[in-house]
Design a protein around this ligand. Structure first.
Ligand code: GLV
Ligand code: MG
Length: 349
């Protein structure tokens, strides 16, 4: 096992020291841009104002013959703009692909001091993180980067789910993990062709005794992703990194997208991917706390200034644990308010 002190030493001479804490940033939606398309790159200045994270996607959905154009497009859009408080991320190709090495080497050379996070797909175990961790340190040293680029893993293989705790705690460079339901479904041989969301056949029937005729029994659709999201949230929270729901592929069903995002938010996720402009608003709505919840949470914090003891508010018992829940909600409201004056007014923070 690696001795604790070693974790915070740079992995290459001249590389920046690993971060002890994650930067405090609002990351409600990670907005995917296909950077080989000039029309899409032209939208980046508006996106920087509108979204929390702009991600240049180099992996799946980018045709094999456009991989290099996408990499160059990402470098161009990274250099062209000031991203301010908006995150600049890249999803590179998988480590076993013919493109990953050049993705990493060229992106760090060009954007080493601008890129916040590299999203790594198809992570199977801690060894994938260790490889990228070491290589990034060497490149950061070579290019005189002043702060470390963080790593965000996609949880999208059965092996990855088996190893999710080890992945989450593999390095201080770990930023978070996103669920990748499409690849994960394929990896597990799940019988669905959808990108996230539920399936009409994954149901529990009402009890035969209670429900009358066999055909008339109520069927309750269950959440196919509950188990994986729960494991991911526990692994991330225990390691002090951030869990995210990933993509929702059916752009024609915003209500189902919102339900999937909201379930993940309630379970502890801090954001999701937006693959279509309509999903930006959905993510904003879902991953910003409800003003009524914020108002109630502020009452709890005000009633228990040192966070201990027990009080009754509106007939509900509050104690040290609900104080901590209230603090999560109010801290998030403050982050949202700093980006969005309209929400600041609603929250009164
Ligand atoms: C995302 O990459 C997924 O496979 O769902
Ligand atoms: Mg995938």
């Amino acid at each position: 096992m690696k001795p604790p002190r070693q974790f915070f030493k740079p992995l290459a001479i001249g590389a920046p020291a690993p971060m002890r804490d994650l930067p405090v940033r609002l990351e409600r939606m990670i907005h995917f841009v296909p950077p080989h398309l000039e029309k899409m790159r032209n939208k980046v200045p508006d996106l920087i104002r509108e979204v929390d994270v702009v991600l240049g996607n180099l992996e799946d959905a980018i045709p094999a013959d456009a991989k290099e154009a996408a990499r160059h497009g990402l470098i161009e859009m990274g250099k062209a703009h000031d991203y301010g408080a908006t995150g600049l991320w890249a999803r590179i190709n998988a480590l076993n692909s013919p493109w990953a090495l050049d993705d990493i080497v060229e992106i760090v050379a060009a954007l080493g001091n601008k890129l916040d996070v590299i999203m790594l797909p198809k992570v199977e175990g801690a060894w994938d993180i260790h490889y990228l961790d070491q290589l990034l340190a060497q490149l950061e040293a070579r290019h005189h980067a002043s702060r470390p680029i963080l790593i965000h893993a996609i949880l999208e293989t059965a092996g990855g789910v088996n190893n999710v705790e080890a992945i989450a705690s593999a390095s201080p460079r770990m930023h978070g993990i996103s669920l990748g339901p499409a690849d994960l479904a394929a990896s597990r041989a799940m019988k669905t062709t959808r990108v996230g969301g539920g399936h009409p056949d994954y149901v529990v029937l009402a009890d035969a005794k209670a429900g009358g005729a066999p055909d008339g029994r109520a069927a309750f659709q269950q959440d196919l992703w509950h188990y994986t999201i729960a494991r991911m949230v526990d692994a991330c929270s225990a390691a002090g990194i951030k869990p995210f729901y990933g993509p929702f592929g059916d752009f024609s069903d915003p209500a189902a997208c919102e339900a999937q995002f909201r379930n993940s938010f309630l379970m502890g996720c801090v954001g999701a991917w937006s693959l279509h402009p309509t999903q930006i608003e959905i993510a904003k709505r879902v991953f910003s706390p409800d003003p009524a919840e914020v108002a109630f949470a502020k009452k709890i914090l005000a009633a228990m200034p040192d966070g201990s003891g027990a009080v009754m508010i509106d007939g509900k018992m509050q104690d040290d644990a609900t104080w901590k829940q209230a603090k999560v909600v109010v801290d998030l409201a403050r982050l949202v308010a700093a980006k969005d004056p309209a929400m600041a007014a609603l929250y009164g923070v």
